[in-house]
Design a binder for this molecule. Sequence first.
Ligand SMILES: [Zn+2]
Length: 494
Amino acid sequence: MKMHCRSIRPVLSALGGAFLLAFLTAAPVHPQSNRERRFAARVSPDQLQRVVRQLVHFGNRLGGTGSGDRSAASVQRALRSFGLKTTVEEDDALPVYTIDDWSLTVQEPRRLRGLIQYAALAGFSPTTPVHSARLVLLPSADDVGSVRVDSQAVLFDGEVTESLCSDLANAGARALVAYRTLPSAAYTQGAMITMLPARTDNPLPVFDISNTAGERLRKELGAHTPVRIRFSAHTRFATGRPRTVIGTVRGTSGREMIVCAHGDADSGGPGADDNASGVAAVLELARTLGGMVNRRELPRPAVTIRFVVWGSEIHSTRSYIRRHADEMDSLVGVINFDEVGYGKTRNCLYAEGNDVEVNRDLLTTFQQVFEAYAGKPGFWKEATTNPSQGGTDSYVFQGREMRRLGVHAEEMPSITVFTDAWNTVRSLPQTRGWRSPVWHGHPDSVAIDYSPYYHSTLDIPRLTTDKEPSNMLWAVKATGCVLLRTAWAAPTER
Ligand SMILES: [Zn+2]
């Protein structure tokens, strides 16, 4: 999920979609069918964890970079090995950066030399030769004029903005060392990774550190300890074309569904939960359901299913819609995974957004599956639908967003499945009529679980997906059961 993505308001539309809705309308409450049980038994937590580790091994997987290309190639190999027909599509070009090398250490006082760990260089930081500078504290963004920063490095707790960087650079600062303290347990060890504007002339390098290290340095500076740091950065900029990988299980009609996840760690970090977990979920559904079709344990679905891994979150989705504008009318639904690998405070499976009318039938099917299996061995204990939060690929398929891209297609359900989002718990008022009997919190609100490693240097398998592999397992099982009740259901005639 993208924290700073323009917020996308849900589009409430009663227009159109009657046929599409009929297509995805939930059957009356299913008993848990043998087909669903057979599918669920095939979902492998080991396989899911293995895929996440492999993906993280490729680096940040940013679309249009070597890391992104290697990751896309491995996703294609995996889909092919499951017997799916695959294609790789190049998306529109975008500016990309590659970090070859960087360093940040405390030089003085010597006792703090090992202080900075799990730090990061912000995306699109400029190349900076090895440099040594005194560290000064900037108490707030409004203090740029009142603190002497000329030839110094600046320590700052807060959000790094473009204007802060340019004000500091104009005042002669050489580097910004940033951290974020939040009321949640986020970033005590790892650093929240900053992304500077996507251009080649950002005025100074930004180094992100943990708030433990940040608070320690702040304390030392407050006690007038002279602190010197040494830093460097070697980066490259280019334009690149993200590669989006598509694996297809062909259906018996001309209708299509997309089951997708963004393949990049959009923060530029390791991105195990955000979003190698989502990619692993897509691949596991392709492996299990695709395999069952190939072995004729399942008939062909009524709807063609496209398993899609986007090269670059939101950017690739927009490219895809423009490229496939003529086919958008045959698309009857989108199920997106974004962060299905962890959750700090509860073990809940979520699907959003239930405040969008056109999502009603698909999310009703999710809710029925949530209730049918809650508490059964190998399934979730807690699950709910929730209102829209925006900031992920499913929202690009909303009618208004598509029209913004010049594409006029029927409204269709487009939802996101997840187990955590953002870096602190968010409480949302539940949409009327969507109380989940298997939600254990306050009945009229939904607490969205979070990850303390969101967009951080420590969003790594050991701390997220390997710790709670059941999260991915649940997302795959719930979505697979929903697909069996929708894409495999007999199409309704108009
Ligand atoms: Zn994400």
